[in-house]
Design a protein around this ligand. Structure first.
Ligand code: PHE
Length: 382
């Protein structure tokens, strides 16, 4: 039986001139378009991956009700454990072994930055629903994103601190292991200075997986800021918020989309979470009927409110489906072109237009974090 299987596999590949068309490719169904999804399903940023995949699965079901040019979409999920090296390996595997038509992911910018060059070299389009660091799409013409970038998000929060909260002396606490955090630090600082505020000149830094931030926070407290900008991910941010409040630091602490996780409240505790603000991509409180329908469907399916990641994952699949319809084929050059020509696609995270640098120009929301969930504060257009 086994021998017969090997023989058939050999026969299937024997006639192929294209060395790419090995047995794995031969197994690929003609009626399917395969998307390789690279997300953190385990590890310190697992909530990003789990929520993204929830949104992706929901969109997939909707899209597959009407096959695109006779084909349905299939998603293969690879766990990058939140690590750059794992992300690069996953993309290589999905391209070489699974022969995917497109890569979706990752979330953390450092992970996407590590894997994008592989997709670019293979000319397989890669679309990240959530990586906001400027450098991501500079990798090349096959790399796209359907979210805004940190040049926008950082300015939104610096303006919010200066104008809305009327703060004048900011401390920035940076995750040194994250391209996202380092990029946002720079943008916030430039804008806050430009507006006339002062940023304390000190290296307030930590790295991912740190758990005790009290000596760092002692230094910050001594510098006496009236606002803190903390562009980090929820696992460390949650502990920092909790420890800061327990040390009597009551000033508002601001963050970016990296705080947008249902795990944050739990980690920060009721005292740590309250009175802080973040910029993000989506608010389930948005009265837009499209958003309300998405929130209702998502809650019916998963029994919790969707966060930014779920909404971004959902939109990314719909954008891919839209591009595939226009491309008429899933060959990489046609798909690349169709993605680049995305204009005014109405998603639940806003209207998506891919610009000349393959970024999306979209609005951001500012949310207040509270013990009972995030509260919509304002929407900021680009
Ligand atoms: N924008 C973050 C990054 O680039 C990732 C992120 C997006 C996290 C949305 C949470 C929600 O690293």
């Amino acid at each position: 039986m086994k021998l017969l299987g090997i023989l058939i596999a050999l026969l299937l590949t024997a006639g192929c001139q294209d060395k790419k068309a090995d047995s794995a490719a031969a197994q690929k169904s003609e009626n399917e378009i395969t998307i390789g999804a690279v997300f953190a399903m385990t590890g310190p940023i697992a909530s990003y991956g789990q929520e993204s995949v929830n949104g992706i699965k929901m969109a997939l079901e909707e899209v597959n009700q009407t096959p695109i040019n006779g084909k349905t979409l299939k998603v293969l999920v690879e766990d990058n454990k939140g690590e750059p090296v794992e992300s690069a390996n996953a993309v290589r595997k999905l391209i070489d072994i699974n022969k995917v038509d497109l890569i979706l992911g990752s979330v953390a910018s450092s992970n996407t930055l590590a894997s994008a060059p592989i997709a670019q070299a293979a000319k397989v389009p890669l679309l990240t629903p959530a990586s906001t660091n400027e450098k991501v799409t500079m990798t090349g013409d096959f790399i796209f994103r359907t979210c805004f970038t940190d040049n926008f998000q950082g300015v939104v929060m610096a303006k919010f601190a200066f104008t809305t909260l009327t703060k004048r002396k900011a401390a920035i606490i940076v995750d040194n292991s994250s391209d996202y955090s380092k990029g946002l630090q720079k943008v916030f600082k430039e804008e806050f200075n430009r507006l006339g505020g002062a940023v304390i000149q000190d290296n307030f830094t930590y790295t991912q997986k740190d758990t005790d931030f009290r000596s760092l926070l002692t230094k910050v407290k001594r510098a006496d800021p009236d606002v803190i900008f903390l562009p980090g991910y929820y696992s460390e941010v949650g502990l920092i918020l909790k420890q800061a409040r327990s040390m009597g630091m009551e000033m508002p602490i601001l963050g970016g989309d990296g705080w947008d996780s249902p795990k944050l409240q739990e980690l920060a505790g009721p005292q740590g979470i309250k009175g802080n603000y973040i910029s993000s991509h989506f608010s389930p409180d948005d009265v837009d009927p499209r958003v309300q329908k998405f929130v209702k469907d998502y809650m019916a399916r998963y029994n919790e409110k969707p966060g930014a990641m779920a909404a971004l994952g959902y939109d990314a699949v719909l954008v891919i489906a839209d591009a595939l319809k226009r491309a008429g084929s899933a060959d990489s050059a046609s798909l690349q072109k169709a993605l680049a020509n995305t204009v005014g696609f109405e998603g639940v995270t806003g209207a998506i237009t891919i610009d000349a640098n393959r970024n999306a120009q979209k609005s951001a929301v500012v949310l207040e974090t509270t013990a009972t969930g995030n509260i919509f504060n304002q929407k900021v257009n680009p």
